[in-house]
Every structure is written in C-alpha cells, then in structure tokens.
Design a protein around this ligand. Structure first.
Ligand SMILES: Cc1cc2nc3c(=O)[nH]c(=O)nc-3n(C[C@H](O)[C@H](O)[C@H](O)COP(=O)(O)OP(=O)(O)OC[C@H]3O[C@@H](n4cnc5c(N)ncnc54)[C@H](O)[C@@H]3O)c2cc1C
Length: 416
C-alpha cells in the first residue's frame, strides 16, 4: 500500500484495519541471482537499488538476526558530507543528495532533518584545518561556512565559550547536514526492496561461502545452503569474520563504538555539534533526549557493548563543551561494532574471487553513506564496474598506497 495523508485519515476512521505488513518475512529459496549478506542499511539499500535501478530482483538479503539489529539501529543518526579528500567528497555529497529525495523515493518518512552540522574549532591551527576542509567542500559544490566566535555564540549560546583549555574560537557549519531516523531508513529500504520482489530473510546467518574454481557459487546458512550467481558482503563490524569464510584477510579492524541518550528535555540543541578539543558530539532527538557519543573503545572487539574508560572520556568531553549536560541523567548507553579501515575510508569493490563483492570499512560514519553505498554497490554488482563517485574505494589501495587518508576521524581532527 502507498502511505499518504489520505491513507492515514482512512485508517484513523476505520480502526486501522487496512494497514498491511511493510515487508514479507520471506523463507530462503534454493537459488538467487544475488545474495546480499547483512540486513543493515547498506545491504538493504543495495538490494533496493539492484531491483529499482538495474531490474535485478531475484535477490535475497540474509540477516543473521533481525534487520537493523546492527549498527543501522545503533548509530547516532548524523548525516553530512563535510569531507576533505577528493576521493570522499563527491561520494558523500551524492549520498546527501539521495537523502534529500529519499522520503519521496521510498514513500516512507525517514525523518530527514537538515538542522546543520557544526564542527567547533579552538585554535588558529584548527581554524586553518577547517578552512581547508570548507574550501575543499566548496570546490566540490558542497555547502560550507566558516563561522567566527560571535556567529557560533549566536547559534549555540549554551556552550562554554571561555573554558580555560579549549575556548571556542569558531566553527565550520554545513547547514544541509543533520540527522535522519535510523530505524526508519532500514524499514523504508526493506519495504522498497520487498515491493520489488527481494526476499528479506531474517534469522539466517551465513556460516560458509562456497567457492569453486575461483568463483563464488553460493553460501551456507543456518537455514540451509543457497546457491547464487553473485554474493555481496555488507556486514559492517562482522566483515573480517565473514570474509574469512572465503579465505580473505582484510585491512579492517572491528572496534566498539558507544553512544548515549539522556532523559528528555525541552528543545535546547538545534544542531549537531562536534567538539574540537576532544572526541565528543551531540544532537537532540525529536523525543527530547540529548544523543551523544565520542571515540571508539581502544581495543578490538566483536561485543556490542562498551567499556567504562570510554564512557568517562566521552562524558569529560561533554562536560568541557557544555557543563549544563552534567545536570541530566543518562537513560541508556549502548555499543555497536564498527568496521574501521586503516585509512578511515570505505571499500566498495570486487574481491579476488569472481562474483564475490565487498562493501566495508565504514568506520564511525557509514550511516550517512547508506543511500550512496547501496547505490554504488548495486551499480558495481550489476555492471561489473565501479560507480564514478566510488571509484577510489578500491580494496587494492592498501597494497598500492593510493590511500584516502581521512584518518578515520571524519570531521574531527582532534588535537593530538
Ligand atoms: C554507536 C554508533 C554511532 C554511530 N553514529 C553514526 C553517525 O552518527 N553517523 C554515521 O554516518 N554513522 C554512524 N555510525 C556508523 C554506522 O552506524 C555504520 O557505519 C553503518 O550503519 C554500517 O552499515 P550497515 O548499516 O549496513 O551496518 P549494520 O547495521 O551493522 O549491518 C550489518 C548486518 O550484517 C549482519 N551480519 C553480520 N554477520 C552476518 C552473517 N554471518 N550472516 C548474516 N548477517 C550477518 C549483522 O547482524 C548486521 O545486521 C555509528 C555507529 C555506532 C555503533
């Protein structure tokens, strides 16, 4: 069914009896043209664009748990395209453009909120770094504004501007950046893919990847073997484990990234704000909770929960930036396993095995990439050539040295 104001009104007066399930809970079939492993945002977007843009709908998305149970449902929902490197900016800007039309495209309210992303700077050197980033963005046609202290104070007066260690000197603002509702993105893509014939198979863990004569032939799963013409991995924090099923060793480390939400308060934080003096960022959810996070935990893990030293570090960053936060209670904290690549930029590429494709290395920042990642991965799988905006995301760059060194730090240069 199509979602519309009329459908809402009709259901309101008829006891909500006409709503249908948003997607089928499909059972796996014996064969698919393409098997996508991982029912997060990237896997589902890939299946959606395979069907919609390339007419390939004999596709299954295999998810070991429920869709969105991984990072897609655990992130802090920030979307932006304020990158520095030429290999990254066009890709993330393409993603931003897709976000801007996504609700209409999916006929699903994913609550895109372009409230602005503000990166604070605290020293002359950091201002120069941000000016460089802003210039790079503008050269690529992306919006960026370098603000001085007075302009920042007018936007976010509740911050501590005169902290002895990190006085706020200004900020880099991308007004088109903001947030989107992460679960809704998963559900919207799932619904769109399902409508076009894709099977979304939950509780189906891939336990083996079948390869014969250098070519992938299918996967083993907890629900039986499935043969496939092509297999596409989009398992984020599980990448090194799943790729090892095909004998691949990748330049990926899995780390825990934690996030936090406070009790709900009246509207206070209108933007997404990042601290330049430490790793801390914050926004306010539509329910009123302050959503914040910081750095990854310092050692490798596949556990979806974090550790107290990082909690302390994040909260110290919060207190340094906006002491008012110390009055609030933290309602929940949680962790997700992020796939850190060694130059901080992603991989969307073929592997050395025919028909086996890889989508990984999203670090802290893959939620914002969801639409473009799905778009470009589908393009690669369907046409056997990289999409123009993802041409730099080659797996062999770690051997050839053509790194895209965004430092895994996104827009956060830190001071070390
Ligand atoms: C706390 C936190 C905050 C974040 N904040 C932001 C942010 O503000 N902005 C931003 O852009 N990014 C953010 N990120 C990063 C972002 O969430 C991820 O980069 C992105 O979600 C990864 O892609 P995905 O959605 O496909 O991953 P996932 O949702 O993790 O999808 C991978 C799926 O693969 C499944 N899987 C794994 N192994 C198997 C198997 N063997 N068989 C079948 N299925 C399998 C998993 O169950 C999982 O559902 C954050 C991440 C975390 C953890």
């Amino acid at each position: 069914m199509r979602y519309s104001g009329l459908a809402l009104a009709w259901n309101a007066i008829t006891g909500n009896r006409s709503w249908t399930p948003a997607w089928r809970d499909a059972a796996p079939r014996d064969h698919y043209d393409v098997v996508v492993v991982g029912g997060g945002g990237h896997g589902l977007a890939t299946a959606y664009y395979l069907a919609k843009e390339h007419g390939i709908s004999n596709v299954a998305v295999l998810e070991r748990s429920w869709i969105g149970s991984g990072n897609a449902g655990r992130n802090t929902t920030i979307i932006r395209s304020n990158y520095l490197m030429p290999g990254n900016v066009p890709f993330y800007e393409w993603s931003m453009k897709l976000w801007e039309g996504l609700e209409r495209d999916l006929n699903y309210n994913v609550m895109v909120s372009q409230r602005g992303v503000l990166n604070l700077y605290h020293s002359d050197v950091q201002r120069d770094v941000f000016a460089r980033r802003g210039n790079s963005m503008r050269l690529h046609g992306v919006d960026a504004e370098l603000l001085d202290r007075a302009q920042v104070r007018a936007l976010v007066p509740f911050l501590d501007f005169d902290g002895a260690r990190f006085p706020i000197r200004g900020g880099l603002l991308q007004r088109r950046g903001g947030t989107a509702r992460h679960d809704a993105v998963v559900w919207g893509y799932a619904r769109g893919a399902d409508l076009r014939g894709v099977d979304i198979v939950q509780n189906c863990e891939v336990t083996g990847i079948r390869v014969a004569n250098g070519r992938v032939t299918g996967v083993d799963t907890t629900r039986g073997a499935i043969s496939a013409g092509k297999v596409a991995l989009a398992v984020a924090g599980g990448t090194s484990r799943v790729a090892s099923l095909a004998g691949l060793r990748l330049p990926i480390e899995s780390h825990v990234l934690q996030a936090f939400v406070t009790e709900g308060i009246k509207p206070l934080v209108d933007h997404v704000i990042t601290f330049g003096g430490g790793h801390f960022y914050i926004s306010q959810s539509d329910k009123g909770g302050l959503v914040f996070g910081g750095d990854i935990d310092g050692y490798n893990s596949y556990a979806q929960r974090g550790n107290l030293p990082t909690v302390e570090d994040v909260c110290e960053g919060g207190m340094a930036l906006m002491p008012v936060i110390g009055r609030l209670r933290v309602l929940r904290s949680w962790g997700g396993v992020v796939d850190m690549s060694m130059d901080g930029s992603p991989i969307i590429d073929r592997t050395g095995i025919d028909g086996l494709y890889l989508n990984a290395g999203w670090c802290y920042g893959g939620f914002k990439a969801t639409p473009a990642s799905g778009w470009c991965f589908a393009h690669l799988i369907a046409r056997a050539e990289p999409h123009a905006v993802a041409g730099a995301y080659r797996l062999d760059r770690f051997a050839s040295g053509r790194l895209i060194d965004e430092r895994g730090a996104g827009a956060q240069p830190n001071l070390h």
